[in-house]
Design a protein around this ligand. Structure first.
Ligand SMILES: [Zn+2]
Length: 191
């Protein structure tokens, strides 16, 4: 899935960025900033590419027969997203656990699902839920748990300026009894 940059869209975004640079008090014709609008437009377009792929094409046919219904945990997948309130980055790690029902999903596909939903304007809560639902839909698992820990630049660079804070969100789906949930949380070392 190679991302293409449509010229017309990138030019339009770049035009707006040039204006933002000007409104912020900079001179967009200054040498160091000459190519910035184009570069920034492409960076934004890249970092929001989740809008341009579907869940179906992301998962594809990477489903395999489960050897058993033992839990599967994919831990500490890094993600980079934008908070939808400030369009500032938030990033961190997300771990996905599930109890297979006949099918397991290719491990790299779990990471692709994470990218699909991270690369948008997001809230961490919705992101965690979407990853959970997408994994549940893809594998038809008996139970899914997703634990996400994120650091929000909008809390560090502005507002309350809490540099050390992080946010943990948890989403579950299906049949996860208390024992299984505890087992996952222990394996994930989030208690
Ligand atoms: Zn924010």
């Amino acid at each position: 899935m190679e991302l293409e940059y449509p010229t017309e869209t990138i030019d339009k975004i770049a035009g707006h960025i040039e204006e933002i640079v000007r409104l912020l008090g900079e001179d967009p014709s200054r040498e160091g900033l000459l190519k910035t609008p184009q570069r920034a437009a492409k960076a934004l377009y890249y970092a929001t590419q989740g809008y341009r792929y579907s869940e179906e094409e992301t998962v594809g046919d990477a489903l395999f027969t489960a050897p058993s219904s033992d839990p599967v945990i994919v831990k500490d997948i890094e993600f980079y997203s934008f908070c939808e309130h400030h369009i500032l980055p938030f990033f961190g790690k997300v771990s996905v656990g599930y109890i297979p029902d006949k099918k397991i999903i290719g491990l790299s596909k779990v990471a692709r699902i994470v990218n699909l939903f991270a690369r948008r304007l997001q809230t961490q809560e919705r992101f965690t839920r979407q990853v959970c639902d997408a994994v549940a839909t893809a594998v038809g698992a008996k139970g899914v748990i997703v634990v996400c820990n994120g650091q929000h630049m909008c809390m560090k660079m502005r507002g309350v300026e809490k540099q050390e804070s992080s946010t943990t969100t948890i989403a579950t789906s299906g049949d996860l009894d208390t024992g299984m949930r505890r087992e996952f949380m222990e394996a994930l070392k989030y208690q």
